[in-house]
Design a protein around this ligand. Structure first.
Ligand SMILES: [Zn+2]
Ligand SMILES: [Zn+2]
Length: 234
């Protein structure tokens, strides 16, 4: 296997001084496939339980097909599917990845996404949700794009066609305001052709406002089907 310089470096660092697992804090061992997430914690990150709502992908309680929320108001996208529950080790690992400067975890999330995407959307083209400009400036790298690049190297087609407009920070807003705000937040770049079947990729799925806004932007530009996949739902 050909190792890229960062993985050689992190491998060497792991041998010299084992890195603590981002979830449990214990030093990672040589058996752990990732230098910063121990095998036990990686195994504890499990998908959200089935059955799920066929529209928003959240676990169903007593309903069948679609959840009550999606039945009362049909979402703007065709299908959404978050992989993990944010409340738990997945959320801790994801926060460490995006906020704690652990880009090496991109491979772990790409590993989790890959079989799901191949099984559910074999013909769709990945469309990464673009980052906020301030976040990119502060952090220096884009955590969604990094996962998209890993998947691209594994043969997935990626179309970087979305762009952010000016909008307020979502988490400070209520549900209706989030939707309004998100509608202004994304558009398709001038002159770019959108995929017929798009699979929007994001890290966290919260209110569905981002999924809805990206879906409307893509459908407005010609996409026929828009699905949304996220690593975790909160
Ligand atoms: Zn651990
Ligand atoms: Zn639903």
């Amino acid at each position: 296997m050909k190792l890229s310089p960062p993985s050689i470096l992190s491998g060497l660092l792991g041998i010299l001084a084992p890195l603590p697992c981002v979830v449990c804090g214990q030093p990672c061992g040589s058996d752990d496939s990732l230098p910063q997430l121990c095998g036990a914690c990686a195994a504890a990150i499990r998908p959200l339980p089935e059955p799920r709502c066929e529209r928003c992908g959240r676990p169903l309680v007593s309903e069948a097909g679609a959840c009550l929320r999606c039945r009362s108001k049909s979402p703007d996208w065709d299908e959404a599917y978050p992989l993990f529950d944010w409340r738990g080790p997945a959320g801790v690992a994801l926060a460490a990845y995006k906020l704690g400067g652990r880009p090496g975890l991109a491979r772990f999330f790409a590993d989790a996404l890959e079989p799901v995407i191949r099984a559910r959307w074999p013909d769709s083209v990945l469309v990464p949700v673009p980052p906020r400009a301030e976040r990119l400036r502060k952090q220096g790298w884009d955590h969604v794009e990094l996962i998209a690049r890993v998947l691209e190297r594994r043969g997935f087609e990626v179309a970087r066609v979305l762009q952010r407009g000016s909008s307020l920070e979502q988490k400070k807003l209520g549900l209706d305001a989030r939707r309004e705000n998100a509608l202004r937040a994304y558009h398709v770049m001038e002159g770019r052709a959108v995929p017929r079947r798009a699979l929007v990729l994001d890290d966290v799925y919260t209110s569905g406002a981002t999924a809805g806004a990206c879906s409307m932007a893509l459908k407005g530009a010609g996409s026929e089907k828009v699905a949304f996949v996220a690593i975790a739902a909160d």
